[in-house]
Design a protein around this ligand. Structure first.
Ligand code: FAD
Ligand code: UDP
Length: 370
């Protein structure tokens, strides 16, 4: 009899398993239907021996010192500040849009103050900023919105930005200075030995057992456990009884080329051309020295593994109905990007898992399911 069954070996499941085993001395069985731990943050050495991320580029960034301190028990860090270029009108220019983006795109030599005026003249007045379109046209105007955001978003989400919540494009700021970092968080680093090695250390506790290639549905009636932590898609847990929640998927095309470097930065976005959204070259992230280089092309799709909850009002309404069902589930806790239908970064999922653990500590574990 395990004290806990944890479904999913990504950040949500692994953090909780580690806390329950190390702080409460309880036994935990972690299962994942994939053949590896780490969830979407899984990285591995490909056939060429290059460390790549199987599910697209994962850059760790946070302002939360407590989360860094927590993870630092399991990894050391390689400082890395993420930079992204967008291929727009045939030029590679910085995204988020900054002073250099505007100057290079339009052949100008504006100062920051002049760029502010440039934007004031172009931005549209939007009465209430609700959608992913409103955020951008209200900041940089329609022309830059169409160049940088509309095409990318249609590819990425399969719908127009006007159909998505403002939170989607609000992730990408606009700057009138020359800061070309993708993130401005106080802590931006990569786990020095990679994510998977960090997960191995988190799950190495003797009270934790891991079973891979195992779906919850296969074992839920077979393996005895007292309480459940579920980090998979919440609608699937309830057998889609209220209908399907849309999750956007990606097809990843991984390639290795016989040259040391291809792109000037780790990620190049393609908002205007190509069927893929972005291309990632991993050696920029990892600092690995190798005569070859490996890249990933991301092709968004509806079918396939669920990667992104789709932030729009009608989906939130359906999620809230599932959340109400989950609240009645006295022996189970739902945590993570898929189980709480939130477009969360890694640090937010870790924060959510640590908060769930603190609640268990304060109020006791949920009732037994015997
Ligand atoms: P997941 O990592 O999805 O883990 C859930 C696990 O549960 C999966 O392994 C799944 O196989 C398993 N599972 C589901 N259902 C079942 C079942 N029925 N039975 C058994 N196992 C099951 N965040 C950042 O901070 N920085 C980034 O740069 C970044 N880049 C990203 C790029 C891409 C392309 C994507 C898709 C996400 C990115 N993220 C990034 C977000 C990050 O991946 C997530 O925040 C984080 O990995 C979510 O962890 P999780 O444990 O909630 O979910
Ligand atoms: N986005 C865009 N053009 C870009 C970069 C981002 O339109 O060049 C939009 C797009 O809708 C994307 C969202 O902003 O899904 C959030 O971007 P982010 O880079 O955070 O996406 P993620 O890394 O989570 O896929």
């Amino acid at each position: 009899m395990f004290d806990w069954l944890v479904v999913g070996a990504g950040f949500a499941g692994s953090v909780l398993a580690e806390r329950l085993a190390s702080q409460r001395g309880e036994t935990v069985l972690v299962i994942d239907r994939r053949s590896h731990i780490g969830g979407n943050a899984f990285d591995w050495y490909d056939e060429a021996g290059i460390l790549v991320h199987r599910y697209g580029p994962h850059i760790f960034h946070t302002n939360a010192e407590a989360i860094v301190a927590y993870l630092s028990q399991f990894t050391t860090w390689r400082p890395y500040e993420h930079r992204v270029l967008a291929k727009v009108d045939g030029k590679l220019v910085p995204i988020p849009i900054n002073l250099d983006t505007i100057n290079r795109l339009y052949g100008l030599d504006l100062t920051s103050k002049q760029m502010e005026q440039f934007l004031v003249e172009r931005r549209e007045s939007v009465e209430e900023i609700r959608t992913a379109e409103d955020v951008v046209v209200g900041t940089v105007g329609r022309e830059l919105y169409e160049k940088f955001f509309q095409g990318y978003t249609r590819k990425q989400w399969g719908v127009d930005p006007s159909q998505l919540s403002k939170s989607v494009t609000a992730r990408v700021p606009t700057r009138t200075n020359r800061d070309d970092r993708y993130f401005t968080d106080t802590f931006q680093c990569m786990p020095a030995g990679g994510y998977t090695r960090m997960f191995h250390r988190m799950l190495a506790h003797p009270k934790i057992k891991v079973m891979l290639q195992t779906d919850y549905r296969e074992i839920r009636k077979v393996i005895p456990y007292r309480r459940l932590i579920f980090t998979g898609p919440i609608d699937e847990f309830f057998d889609f009884r209220l209908g399907k929640l849309p999750y956007r998927s990606l097809r990843f095309e991984h390639v290795t080329l016989d040259r040391p470097r291809v792109q000037p930065v780790a990620v190049v976005n393609y908002p205007q051309t190509e069927a893929f959204t972005r291309v990632t070259e991993y050696k920029h992230l990892t600092g690995q020295q190798h005569p070859q280089t490996s890249l990933t092309y991301e092709y968004p799709t509806d079918d396939g593994d669920p990667y992104y909850p789709v932030p729009r009002a009608e989906n939130e309404v359906l999620y809230k109905r599932y959340e109400a069902l989950a609240a009645q589930q006295t022996d189970a806790i739902f945590v993570g990007r898929l189980a709480t239908y939130r477009y969360y970064n890694m640090d937010q999922v870790i924060g959510q898992a640590l908060a769930a653990f603190n609640r268990i500590q304060k109020t006791g574990a949920p009732a037994l399911s015997l």
